[in-house]
Design a protein around this ligand. Structure first.
Ligand code: GLV
Ligand code: MN
Ligand code: MN
Length: 415
């Protein structure tokens, strides 16, 4: 196939949008929220649907020991595949595009090339990585981290979830504990298409982001132990109030990152007080801290500042504090040549783009350890994500998938 006919190809946008909607209807909890949380029955239902589509496309299905699902379009001379994909697990009360878009667009790319009679020099593989979100099992990006050799498979399978479940047992229960060794395919390159999940592209009015860096991520769980006592009879000066101490940490974090840099962010996303009774001073507070920064030294400073603050706080509030690390990933620089390919592919389609840093974590940051990797972003309406109001315009979804198509074609054609 020559370059001119290649450039006229486009993915079937109607089918991609239809599948996004269909997968978005799979995996709701009792409250009607989309919650295709890793290795649950909902995740199984989503995986089964995806595997069905992969089989319809004639792909060879492989599942590795951490449950990553691969649809392989094989038969080419060079054994190192061009890999595309993302994840289909979700947070609780999720939108329908996060992760799913990259997987379904990857499948659409393969189907488009098959229909066009394109003969790739190397296999093309679409992957759905296990537990990207980390909503049930930490760390996040677990399937791709294991795949890239950053975490042992046995250790990952032994992870105990927020609900007390064990990941390995849950993967076996839902039928996705595969037998391939993680890392069994060494990609020639990995390209992940994803919604931006932030406001930048919409604000600047651009349809495509060429993602060149991804910020560092630090996850910790903090436990504060005080003393339960009567809310009416205990003078303020005599309290050992774990809830009050937790509130001070939250305020400290916001103040610290706000003073630090415009790109530094801190979030306390989980908070549990015990005994959780209106007239009892909390004896225990457990909460998570999510710190992110594109700059590693600033991220380290934030971690150190939090540690110092917790030391002072334990004295001032007379509480005991312990900290557990859940995840720690340094900022990632994506492959320059691949980022340029994305920019050029967008430009050839008449789609203006800009380079970006990803604020969210992505599987591409793990696969970057073993293969040249980069990401394509499309706009997220009002920057909303991890929320059912997540939305990207259909023409932006189609445009991103077409850029992915062009990049994959080039990667499969080049020696
Ligand atoms: C994954 O969605 C993350 O960035 O937390
Ligand atoms: Mn995602
Ligand atoms: Mn997400």
């Amino acid at each position: 196939m020559n370059t001119r006919s290649v450039n006229t190809l486009s993915i079937d946008a109607g089918r991609l949008l239809g599948r996004l909607q269909e997968l978005g209807r799979i995996g709701h909890d009792e409250q009607g929220r989309l919650a295709r949380v890793a290795a649950t029955d909902a995740d199984k239902a989503g995986r089964d649907r995806l595997v069905g589509w992969m089989k319809e496309a004639g792909l060879e299905i492989a599942v590795d020991r951490i449950g990553n699902v691969f649809g392989i379009w094989a038969g080419a001379a060079d054994p190192r595949p061009v890999m595309v994909g993302s994840h289909i697990d979700t947070v609780v009360n999720a939108g329908i595009y996060d992760g799913t878009y990259g997987v379904l667009a990857g499948l659409a790319v393969i189907e488009t090339l098959q229909a066009a009679g394109f003969v790739p020099r190397r296999p093309i593989v679409v992957v759905a990585f296990t537990n990207e979100e980390g909503a049930r099992y930490a760390p996040d990006m677990m399937g791709s981290l294991v795949y890239a050799g950053g975490l042992g498979v046995e250790e990952a399978l032994a992870t105990v979830g927020t609900d007390g479940s064990v990941l390995g047992e849950e993967l076996a229960r839902i039928g996705y504990a595969g037998d391939r060794e993680p890392g069994f395919l060494k990609p020639h390159a990995y390209v992940e298409l994803h919604i931006e999940q932030g406001p930048i592209l919409e604000q600047v009015g651009l349809p495509i982001g060429a993602v060149e860096t991804l910020q560092g991520i630090s996850w910790q769980r903090v436990t504060i132990k005080g003393t339960a006592n009567h809310a009416g009879t205990t003078p303020m000066s005599m309290r050992r109030d774990a809830g009050q101490a937790a509130a001070r940490v939250m305020t400290f974090l916001r103040d610290h990152v706000t003073r630090s840099h415009a790109q530094s962010v801190a979030t306390v996303g989980c908070l549990r007080l015990e005994p959780d009774v209106i007239n009892v001073i909390p004896s225990r507070a457990t909460f998570t801290v999510d710190l992110r920064d594109p700059d590693e030294s600033r991220l380290r400073d934030a971690e150190a500042a939090l540690a110092r603050f917790l030391d002072e706080l334990s004295v001032e509030e007379q509480v005991r504090i312990s900290v557990e690390r859940l995840a720690r990933f340094e900022p990632v620089l994506f492959d320059e040549a691949l980022v340029e390919r994305i920019e050029e592919a967008a430009s050839r389609r008449g789609l203006p783009s800009r380079r970006m840093t990803s604020g969210a974590g992505h599987d591409a940051q793990m696969i970057a350890r073993i293969a040249p990797s980069a990401m394509i972003f499309v706009p997220s309406h009002q920057g909303i994500s991890h929320n059912p109001r997540e939305h990207t315009e259909p023409q932006d979804l189609a445009a991103g998938a077409d850029v992915l198509l062009d990049v994959v074609m080039q990667l499969c054609a080049a020696p």
